[in-house]
Design a protein around this ligand. Structure first.
Ligand code: B1M
Length: 211
């Protein structure tokens, strides 16, 4: 039995107090911050993501788990920074131009963070130019675009075109949102499509490799 099992379970339950106290206990015991993230925190988010995909849990449970993860991460992050450990992959994420819906996008961002991606969240109503500038600034290798309106889906196409025009070699684009489909992703030349937040992590890993 893994010594991190209790911490995994606290994340799945969204029990932020237990998650924080166990994380602190491991830090105090001299455990490496990366080990705590990889064995203690990420597996918990993976479990909740799988349950979400199977409709065994819903948005509120995901948000509560993500909050526990975030609070536990805040204890580990300074140690990761001090040790010079950076996430292997960075994703720039946002809701496309003209669209103000951000609940789903926030869930995707949380799941990616939970899977140990570096996440730069540009918020809502993000222009193609802003996506391109952020990718360059943060040296990101992945872009996540969310849209909830049929009227803003074309902004995904414009953004994909802007990314290509900027010559951002090797930068992959994942799209998602209620009206978005795999067929649309293929049509506009996006590299991936995910129907939900947990699948977005799977697609991200398929595109850029493990974290
Ligand atoms: Co609006 N809205 N809304 N809205 N809204 C919808 C989307 C709508 C379907 C409602 C309806 O008419 N039945 C409709 C769109 C119709 C269409 O285009 N086909 C609509 C409309 C019309 C509008 C306005 C135009 C209304 C008006 O003003 N006349 C207006 C537009 C404003 C704008 O954006 N410019 C508007 C405004 C709003 C609020 C501001 C009031 C609010 C948004 C608050 C916020 O987000 N902070 C709102 C809300 C809440 C909704 C509904 C009710 C819920 C959306 C939501 O959060 N779902 C929605 C109706 C509905 O869906 N029942 C509706 C929960 C969320 C977890 O799901 O976002 O789908 P979702 O995300 C999922 C997946 O799609 C996926 O993963 C997530 C988690 O599994 N996913 C990705 C999302 N992004 C991804 C990215 C990925 C991968 C997966 O890769 C990067």
């Amino acid at each position: 039995m893994s010594e991190y099992q209790e911490l995994n379970a606290a994340i799945v339950k969204g029990d932020r107090n237990t998650a924080k106290s166990l994380t602190q206990k491991f830090l105090d015991a001299g455990k490496g911050p990366l080990e705590i993230v990889e064995q203690g925190l990420v597996p918990g988010m993976t479990v909740i993501g799988e349950k979400f995909k199977k409709n065994e849990v819903f948005v509120p449970e995901m948000l509560i788990a993500a909050r526990a993860m975030k609070e536990a991460m805040s204890l580990v992050e300074p140690r990761l920074v001090a040790a010079g450990i950076k996430p292997k992959h960075t994703v720039v994420i946002g809701t496309v131009q003209g669209d103000l819906h951000d609940i789903g996008k926030n869930l995707v961002a949380m799941m990616l963070k939970g899977a140990n991606f570096g996440v730069v969240d540009l918020g809502t109503n993000v222009t193609p130019e802003k996506f391109v500038a952020a990718v360059k600034q943060h040296n990101a290798n992945l872009i996540g675009l969310s849209a909830l309106l049929t009227t803003t889906m074309p902004a995904m196409k414009t953004t994909v075109e802007a990314v290509k025009a900027a010559g951002l070699e090797g930068v992959k684009v994942i799209i998602g949102g209620a009206p978005v489909t795999q067929q649309y992703a293929t049509e506009i030349g996006a590299d991936g499509y995910a129907p939900d937040a947990a699948s977005a992590v799977d697609v991200a890993h398929q595109l850029v490799g493990p974290c």
